[in-house]
Design a protein around this ligand. Structure first.
Ligand SMILES: NC(=O)c1ccc[n+]([C@@H]2O[C@H](COP(=O)([O-])OP(=O)(O)OC[C@H]3O[C@@H](n4cnc5c(N)ncnc54)[C@H](OP(=O)(O)O)[C@@H]3O)[C@@H](O)[C@H]2O)c1
Length: 234
């Protein structure tokens, strides 16, 4: 359902918990209208609590289901997006599993969720976005090939590096590159995915990351930036 709104609108894919929920909260606090997605069957999430105040719509999407991407795109027909951000991501059950050990199924799941399907979401919704909008995807410092001197988390790293490469290809084929394209590295944060040993709390990173995103709005082209606004080497 289309809600009349004079606020800029962001679609955040995977906003039910963790960093995605914090992104939704920050954009909401800064006066944006937020359309946040959860996976079907998620039940009551933190995003539902946020939506009780108004200004936040909840939609459903599993990015691994092409039919759900098409259905959400149809439901949002006629809406105008000032920003689109795909946050969804997973890692391997054993973070340090090596290429020799990982199963084909687990490798495929991580690659599909972290690299291919976020870009499919960008392609599916790009025509709802304004010519000067921001299109972003949650990458990771672990996706930097240049910075990989210690190894570990090999499958996750390779999926985020693949995501970065797909986004660079997407950027390179834009005819009129007026949009802001962002790959973001939020730092290592205590979430279900980040685990309890991460040095950062969500509040240490996401408010700053949103400031970085908003500062980039209106500057065309692709950048890979961390939550402090620093360029991350490819
Ligand atoms: N935490 C860190 O240290 C860190 C660092 C760098 C980058 N990141 C990236 O930040 C993003 C969010 O991570 P997080 O730390 O907040 O992890 P998290 O708490 O595990 O949250 C992961 C999010 O991705 C969603 N998701 C997973 N598969 C999906 C699918 N097929 N379709 C739709 N949504 C899906 C989850 O939805 P459900 O609730 O339905 O499972 C959840 O909202 C990920 O891309 C991650 O790689 C995290």
């Amino acid at each position: 359902m289309s809600l009349p709104s004079t606020s800029p609108t962001i679609l955040i894919v995977a906003a039910g918990r963790g960093l995605g929920h914090a992104l939704a909260e920050q954009f909401h606090l800064r006066g944006w209208h937020v359309i946040g997605t959860v996976r079907p069957g998620s039940g009551h999430t933190s995003l539902h609590d946020l939506a009780e105040n108004g200004g936040v719509e909840i939609e459903t999407l599993d990015i691994g289901e092409p039919g759900q991407i098409a259905a959400l795109r149809r439901r949002l027909d006629g809406r105008v997006l000032d920003a689109l951000f795909v946050n969804a991501g997973i890692t391997t059950e054993d973070q340090d599993v090596t290429p020799g050990e990982v199963t084909d199924d687990e490798f495929t799941a991580v690659m599909l969720t972290n690299a291919l399907n976020p870009m499919r979401v960008i392609e599916a919704f790009q025509d709802l976005a304004t010519p000067t909008s921001l299109l972003g995807v949650m990458s990771s410092g672990q996706g930097s090939i240049a910075n990989n001197e210690r190894g570990r988390r090999e499958i996750y790293r390779s999926s985020k590096a693949a995501l970065n490469q797909l986004m660079r290809s997407y950027a390179a084929r834009q005819q009129e590159p007026k949009r802001t394209l962002l790959l973001t590295a939020p730092g290592w944060i205590r979430t279900d995915l980040g685990g309890p040993d991460a040095p950062l709390a969500i509040e240490d990173s996401i408010p700053r990351l949103v400031t970085v995103m908003l500062d980039q709005l209106g500057t065309p082209g692709l950048r890979f930036l961390d939550y402090q606004g620093q360029v991350v080497p490819w």
